[in-house]
Design a binder for this molecule. Structure first.
Ligand SMILES: [Zn+2]
Length: 393
């Protein structure tokens, strides 16, 4: 990686130090790292809550700090459509607009646009799509995606790519989307100018090991600040995901840059991907399931729609430091959920994000103390034999 011009890290908008590399015995590829961005530092492995519309639904920035969010992800597609990236820029950029002082990563809009199905068409130059809000027609090219992200002013921007569903996609389509993603990666690099914003490239290639290897080689050969692994966390099995990571990550073993697996959010999946050597994650999952009444606890989850919780005077999780558990009972939260009260969304989201972010804290502590393998064993045992009372899974 010495020919990528990454050596002069002091001038770059983002630096990444591996504080504790993976052990040489090959028992795990998990590692401890430290990211520096213009809006502060991030300890890795890190989970990024998702603030789709420049808000993590139901939480304000103080709540986000309290749950332990070091960095959040915002969605370029949504902010481009509403309120518009130029308006956000006029109002001082995304940090100022949403009053969030810590780092922000923006995605490229590629995932949302490509997920629109019949509402979009992809060609070699870009993607034409119809707004899910009002049906109006728009076009994203690599250059346009970068311009939108530069206007938003995130600390980390991401290349426009063409993800494909891991399953049900023919090899020819996977290969075409990969080649297009590589060409778009070059165009994103050429278009990107903002000196206080890092840019990550995205590896694609579906579940095809040779295409994944080729994509990893091509993307890693370009001078990005970090490497995203895209096109996973979809309909693939955990085993297929792991097999794909076992192709990509070893090829990056001597690469100095952070590795980001896009879209993964359940604690079991996070633990396995950290073990596979991933440093960064994002997902709407913990917040989305919370709003539906599913709260995560050690070894499983509580479904607060179950009537037995209406008389349960205990907190969601004994010993949890979150706002919901410090103050309220399962009975009260189950009541709020049934009454469709707004407070439920905030409290439930606070709990699930605290749960997943504290889990990442435990992962980092285990890595620092050389007991990551113990943590993995402990989690597997807990899943196989949940002891917490009231678990529904
Ligand atoms: Zn809690």
């Amino acid at each position: 990686m010495t020919d990528l011009g990454l050596a002069a890290t002091s001038n770059r908008p983002l630096t990444f130090d591996v504080l504790l590399p993976a052990p040489t015995d090959g028992s795990t590829r998990a590692r401890l790292g430290h990211l520096r961005t213009p809006h502060g530092d991030v300890q890795t492995p890190v989970f990024m809550p998702v603030g789709t519309n420049a808000t993590v639904k139901a939480l304000d920035p103080d709540d986000l700090v309290e749950v332990g969010a070091q960095i959040i992800l915002c969605n370029t597609y949504h902010l481009y459509l509403r309120p518009g990236h130029e308006r956000v820029a006029r109002l001082g950029g995304l940090h100022e607009f949403m009053a969030w002082k810590r780092p922000i990563l923006t995605d490229s809009g590629g995932y949302q646009v490509v997920s629109l199905g019949d509402l979009r068409s992809v060609d070699d130059d870009g993607v034409t799509f119809r707004s899910h809000l009002d049906g109006s027609t728009h076009r994203f090219t690599p250059e346009r995606s970068i311009a939108v992200q530069e206007a938003l002013g995130s600390d980390i921007a991401v290349c426009l790519d063409q993800p494909v569903a891991p399953h049900a996609t023919a090899r020819r389509e996977v290969a075409e989307a990969m080649v297009r993603t590589h060409s778009w990666a070059e165009r994103c690099l050429a278009a990107h100018q903002r000196p206080d914003q890092a840019l990550f490239g995205i590896v694609q290639g579906g579940l095809e090991p040779d295409l994944r290897a080729e994509s990893t080689r091509v993307i890693a050969s370009m001078p990005f600040d970090g490497i995203c692994i895209g096109g996973l966390a979809g309909d693939e099995s955990a085993r297929q995901r792991r097999e794909t990571l076992d192709v990509c990550v070893p090829m990056l073993a001597d690469d100095p840059r952070p590795r980001y697996l896009m879209g993964l959010g359940s604690p079991a999946d996070l633990l396995d991907a950290v073990d596979a050597g991933i440093d960064m994650f994002d997902s709407v999952l913990p917040a989305r399931v919370a709003r539906n009444g599913t709260l995560w606890v050690p070894g499983g989850r509580l479904n607060l729609r179950n009537t037995r919780f209406l008389d349960d005077p205990r907190p969601i999780q004994e010993g949890c430091r979150c706002r919901a558990c410090r103050t309220f009972t399962r009975a009260y939260l189950a009541h709020l959920l049934r009454a469709d009260e707004l407070l439920f969304y905030r409290l439930a989201t606070c709990h699930n994000l605290t749960f997943v972010l504290d889990f990442m804290v435990r992962i980092r502590a285990a890595l620092a103390e050389g007991r990551f393998a113990d943590l993995v064993r402990e989690q597997v045992a807990l899943r196989d034999n949940p002891t917490a009372d009231g678990l529904s899974a």
